[in-house]
Structures are given as structure tokens and as C-alpha cells.
Write a protein that binds this ligand. Structure first.
Ligand code: MD3
Ligand code: FE
Length: 210
């Protein structure tokens, strides 16, 4: 498909981060993982594990376990506050989001070569006015998106290392997921796989404050 004809509110920045920036960001991510170890999220009710492992940085982090999906200020295993969002990620938010308040949550998704993420909507935030900014690192991911209802037509984009996506306005509630990785497509991560950062606003910003 063509990536020049995207739905309103979806912006795609191919090669947004150059190799130097990708390496800096991976270094930041490794530090985040040391402070806030990767955890395996589980489906609410069934407890079925995700194939993607996760951690977070920012004042709020997204977690999922048998009790449900939620944002919380501390790591589910260590109970420590999440580490701060890296400078480079903040810069990407400022450049790309067009949103006047800073991100609160940065979810770090770590894909082993076989990991995937089924089609879903992101609707655990109180603020859908703010866009979601996504940064891809490592092996190419086959990203699929549809409309705002399940079951409609879908399209896909190959997300390469350094690519950025912004989902705002009418695209904020699109169904989306990662079908699979294309192994061996990037040399950024010696262990292979893919890392995705999503920057989000969770709470509604109050006028006169961040
Ligand atoms: C569209 N992550 O963390 S990034 C997620 O590559 C998530 O790890 C995928 O879906 C990944 O929830 C896809 C692209 C993305 C992220 C957030 C969105 C697309 C989105 C939020 C709303 C709409
Ligand atoms: Fe999502």
C-alpha cells in the first residue's frame, strides 16, 4: 500500500530518528530496563500472557494483569516509581505531537522475534484529545491498522527502525496491532527483535498547568 494516503490524524515519519539518535535512545531504554525490569503483561480475567514484554517510564505506566488494564505510578513488581522519560523521547513529543502539555506515560514494548500484538484500541487514557506518538527501534514490524470499529478493512505499514507515527484526532481510536516482525532487518539490537516506545497523555491537562 501507499503511505502517502493515510487517514486523517495519522502521520508517518519514515526515518525520523537517524542511526545516532536510535543508538542514544536504545542506551536510554537499556537504563530504563535496569531500573524498571521488563514484565510480562497478562490478559484481564483469563491471565493469558502477552508475547510482548513491557516496562514504562514517565509519571504513569500502563500495566495489565488479571485485574484489568490500568495506569499506575509504580512498577508492578518492584513498587518503585517509573524512571523518567528520556530527553530524546520528550523532544520527539514536542516536535511531533502538536500538543501543549507533556507526555505522562511512555510504554516500552519489547518484541522477541516471534512476538506479536493483536488488533486493539488504546482507550485506557482519560484524555483522547492528546495524540499518541510511537517510535520504532530494531527489526521491522508489520503494523496493521483499521478503523474505529472492529472488523472493517485494514491496511499495513512496515515500521522500520527510526520510524515515528502520530495518531491524533480521528485516528486516536483506530484498531491497530503488530502482525509479526521481519527478522534480520536491522543491526541496531544485537539480540534481534524490536522495541517500540509509545508516548501518551493519560490525564486531562488542566488549564494553567502541565
Ligand atoms: C494507534 N504498540 O503499545 S505502535 C501499544 O508497535 C501498541 O508496540 C504497537 O499498540 C507497537 O498500544 C503499535 C503504534 C500505535 C501505538 C499507539 C496507538 C498506534 C496507535 C494508539 C492509538 C492509535
Ligand atoms: Fe496500542
Amino acid at each position: 500500500m501507499s503511505v502517502t494516503d493515510l487517514p486523517p490524524g495519522l502521520s508517518y515519519y519514515s526515518g525520523y530518528l537517524d542511526r545516532t539518535a536510535q543508538e542514544e535512545l536504545i542506551g536510554d531504554v537499556r537504563q530504563i530496563i535496569q531500573a524498571a525490569p521488563l514484565f510480562t503483561p497478562r490478559m484481564p480475567r483469563t491471565g493469558k500472557p502477552f508475547s510482548v514484554r513491557m516496562t514504562n517510564c514517565g509519571t504513569l505506566g500502563w500495566v495489565s494483569d488479571v485485574n484489568g488494564y490500568r495506569y499506575q505510578p509504580v512498577h508492578p513488581a518492584t513498587a518503585a516509581p517509573w524512571p523518567p522519560i528520556p530527553e530524546l523521547a520528550h523532544r520527539a513529543w514536542k516536535e511531533l505531537s502538536g500538543y501543549p502539555h507533556p507526555p505522562e506515560a511512555c510504554l516500552v514494548n519489547v518484541y522477541d522475534p516471534k512476538a506479536r500484538m493483536g488488533l486493539h484500541q488504546d482507550r485506557d487514557e482519560d484524555d483522547f484529545d492528546a495524540p499518541v506518538v510511537s517510535l520504532s527501534l530494531g527489526d521491522t514490524g508489520l503494523f496493521r491498522f483499521g478503523g474505529t470499529t472492529r472488523g472493517g478493512a485494514t491496511r499495513s505499514i512496515r515500521l522500520q527502525s527510526g520510524d515515528a507515527l502520530v495518531f491524533g484526532g480521528p485516528s486516536r481510536l483506530l484498531f491497530h496491532g503488530i502482525d509479526r516482525l521481519l527478522p534480520g532487518t536491522s543491526s541496531l539490537l544485537p539480540e534481534g527483535g524490536r522495541i517500540n516506545l509509545t508516548l501518551r497523555r493519560v490525564t486531562k491537562a488542566v488549564e494553567s498547568q502541565d
